[in-house]
Design a protein around this ligand. Structure first.
Ligand SMILES: [Cu+2]
Length: 354
């Protein structure tokens, strides 16, 4: 009897620490059933109705963001982490591993706190690059399962329909979700960094651009990251073409010193599907060639003040990061290292992309 229990317990122990033998499969939003979409959306709404978590502890405290709003929601707390960590997770080596980790922590929160029973969906923006405005992503106005459409600047770009038309957000100030189609977001920006200011944003995330990323940059982590994340790259262009919250523009209610940028872009629920797609492109690159698997390179300090310094350190300057570098979790989640998330079917992760 005792012996049997011991064997049973040992079996359970092994199971809990088993390797990733049955990975979850992440799928494209439009391949989900209506019920699956509604399940994801209702869990997202649930997080936005849960109270602020007092465990949230800003680590960087940059002076270009507002302070924590304790009357915000748990969803707002997750957004706040991204505001706080902005300068150490963008244009540094942490860009890809942090956002991979962040999407997984978000999925865990949906599952553990809000009854989500699926896996993180992704938005294959390459399939929509020819017509983002008319994409089916933004034509589903169902109040339970639809993402809703575009806002209008005359109404502060508030999303007027779909399940998120009353999605309440606290940062940088109280507002509801905003989306403002912006085909040419780079006009008027620093021309030494944005060297093609009249470029249409959607030209940067076509299927041929994705193919170039996935099949190129063999053994070149830095080159891959910089092509994806650098100025006028696919990552930023998807943010900017949606404008509004995903584009990090300031709502009308924002304080006068509101700084536009990537800080509160996780306000937009599509942020998670966009970053799952960014992660999928990284995953596809990692699996496209054995020289790409498990490699990592980048610095810890943003170097984007001018084109000269950026050219030398486009994914961060010294001190350099390694697989052992710890990613900050602002008290919200358990901390992980870069190495914990370098492989989607090892460490703390267990998923693949369809
Ligand atoms: Cu980000």
């Amino acid at each position: 009897m005792l012996g049997l229990s011991a064997v049973f317990l040992f079996g359970l122990f092994c199971f809990a620490h088993a390797n990733c033998t049955n990975p979850a499969v992440r799928r494209e939003w439009r391949t989900l059933s209506t019920d699956e979409r509604a399940n994801w959306i209702s869990a997202v709404q649930c997080l936005s109705e849960l109270p602020h978590d007092p465990a949230l502890t800003p680590y960087v405290n940059p002076d270009d963001i507002v302070s924590v709003n304790a009357s915000g929601s748990y969803y707002d707390d997750i957004v706040y982490m991204h505001m706080d960590l902005n300068h150490i997770i963008h244009f540094t080596g942490l860009f890809l591993p942090f956002h991979r980790w962040y999407v997984q922590m978000y999925e865990n929160a949906l599952t553990e706190k809000c009854g989500f029973n699926g896996t993180s969906p992704y938005w294959n923006w390459a399939a929509d690059a020819s017509d983002v405005y008319g994409s089916t992503m933004f034509q589903d106005f169902d109040p339970v399962s639809g993402l809703g459409g575009w806002g209008n600047l005359s109404d502060d770009a508030q999303v007027p329909n779909g399940a998120f038309s009353d999605f309440k957000l606290s940062y940088p100030s109280y507002h509801t979700l905003r989306r403002n189609f912006t085909l040419q977001p780079y006009i008027g920006l620093d021309p030494t960094l944005f060297t093609n200011p009249y470029e249409d944003a959607n030209a940067t995330f076509t299927q041929s651009e994705v193919d170039k990323m996935v099949n190129g940059f063999v053994g070149d982590y830095k080159g891959f990251q910089v092509y994806m994340e650098g100025f006028e790259g696919a990552h930023g262009s998807v943010h900017e073409i949606l404008g509004g919250d995903l584009g990090g523009t300031c709502p009308n209610t924002a304080p006068a010193n509101c700084t536009p940028g990537p800080t509160f872009s996780a306000n937009e629920p599509i942020f998670w599907m966009h970053h799952a797609m960014v992660d999928k492109v990284w995953y596809d690159w990692q699996t496209a060639n054995s020289a790409n698997a498990g490699i990592f390179y980048g610095g810890s300090v943003q170097m984007i003040d001018n084109a000269t310094i950026y050219a030398e350190y486009p994914n961060g300057g010294p001190p350099m990061l390694s697989l052992d570098s710890v990613m900050h979790a602002d008290g919200m989640f358990e901390e992980s290292t870069v190495g914990d998330v370098i492989n989607t079917t090892a460490g703390i992760l267990c998923y693949i992309y369809e």
